[in-house]
Design a protein around this ligand. Structure first.
Ligand SMILES: NC(=O)c1ccc[n+]([C@@H]2O[C@H](COP(=O)([O-])OP(=O)(O)OC[C@H]3O[C@@H](n4cnc5c(N)ncnc54)[C@H](O)[C@@H]3O)[C@@H](O)[C@H]2O)c1
Length: 336
């Protein structure tokens, strides 16, 4: 089978995970890297054995020998660069959050559909073994009906710098950076219910910048469950690592990170800790490998991937609603 030819735009932290994922896929190759400044993208290209580099995204768009483009850029560039690549005939995988607002995410989705291109969105926790184990347990009804959940996307005593803390480039702060992982994880575990109502309190409490580093968001879902999502940077404590999720059901309790169940057996409450493969790091390379394999399979099959348009735009609708709710002090209704 001919290898898919892939370019990557953005050559920073997460681009390294994607570059390794493409190498590990075995059926694709990274042939072009784009980033700024030139010395940084050259170093990235040397590390991953990529033969060509550029600092201009339009050089990538102009090429007619590429199957797909990975976008691993500051959030502000997701929508315009995705549109540029999709219009020039490339399939696109874009990092999370899909865009800086729902209108841009919808524009990306429409462009992909119109141009018959596939569009993946990097909600990578959907490929984690422990998340999928708990999803299966919940979907099988083991904990009964899920009535409430709690999820976490927090950095303790540290936070990112640079473009992440500039609203013009990031769109938002800890909610779009970290909270988004907890949000998508709980939605995935519950089988992708639709968001109905969002209420959020978001503020800047820890740093000197124009984005949020403290957030508490409550979502009521179409399955009747209610979720709280805590997002933050520089917080003094967190109740669980990135994407940690607790689900309270009518018959039991399930949690990812640490992954365990509390179920009643013959009227006795019992705790179960399922055996799980060892992790090299919390956000393990294997998650990104599976995500990339899933996207590359879509490039070949011409079927839209999941996570993609539906997941990306739904999460963007919740993020937009959370910021609006926090601004107005009122709950935002998203669905009937
Ligand atoms: N899924 C995850 O686990 C995860 C983790 C970290 C970041 N992310 C997401 O990945 C994206 C990138 O984050 P990062 O941590 O890699 O950031 P980063 O700052 O490490 O890298 C950003 C890259 O974009 C390049 N860049 C900036 N403007 C550019 C332009 N106009 N043209 C070409 N290149 C340009 C920079 O030179 C740099 O190489 C963000 O959307 C972020 O939310 C996802």
């Amino acid at each position: 089978m001919k290898k898919l030819r892939v370019a990557i735009v953005g050559a920073g932290y997460i681009a390294n995970y994607h570059a390794r994922a493409i190498a590990n896929a075995g059926n694709a190759e990274l042939v072009l890297a784009c980033g700024l400044p030139l010395e940084a993208v050259e170093k990235f290209a040397r590390t991953h054995g990529i033969s060509e580099v550029t600092t201009e995204a339009k050089d990538v768009a102009r090429r007619d020998d590429l199957d797909a483009v990975i976008l691993a850029l500051p959030n502000r560039f997701h929508a315009p660069y995705a549109a540029l690549m999709l219009k020039s005939g490339k399939d696109v995988m874009v990092e999370k959050p899909m865009a800086v607002n729902l209108a841009e995410a919808r524009m990306m989705a429409e462009t992909a559909k119109k141009r018959k291109r596939v569009l993946g969105v990097g909600h990578m926790w959907r490929f984690d073994t422990e998340v999928n184990y708990i999803r299966q347990v919940v979907q099988e009804g083991t904990i009964g009906e899920v009535v409430k959940t709690k999820g976490y996307g927090i950095h303790v005593n540290w936070g990112p710098a640079g473009w992440f803390t500039d609203k013009k480039l990031a769109g938002g702060g800890a909610l779009v950076d970290m909270g988004v992982h907890a949000l998508d994880t709980v939605r995935y575990i519950m089988g992708d219910p639709k968001p109905k109502t969002v209420f959020s309190v978001i503020r800047t409490a820890y740093g000197n910048y124009d984005v949020d580093d403290m957030g508490l968001t409550m979502i009521k879902w179409s399955n009747g469950a209610v979720s709280t999502i805590e997002s933050g940077w520089w917080n003094p404590h967190m109740d669980g690592p990135e994407a940690s999720t607790q689900l309270f059901g009518t018959k039991g309790y399930a949690r990812v990170f640490p992954t365990m169940l509390k179920l009643k057996v013959a009227d006795f409450p019992g705790e179960f800790v399922p055996p799980m493969p060892a992790r090299a790091e919390h956000c393990d390379q294997v998650i990104y490998d599976r995500q990339m394999a899933n996207f590359l399979a879509s490039v070949r099959s011409r079927k839209q991937p999941s996570p993609g348009i539906e997941v990306g735009t739904t999460i963007m609708s919740i993020l937009d609603a959370a910021y609006l709710s926090s601004k107005t002090g009122k709950a935002v209704n998203l669905g009937k």
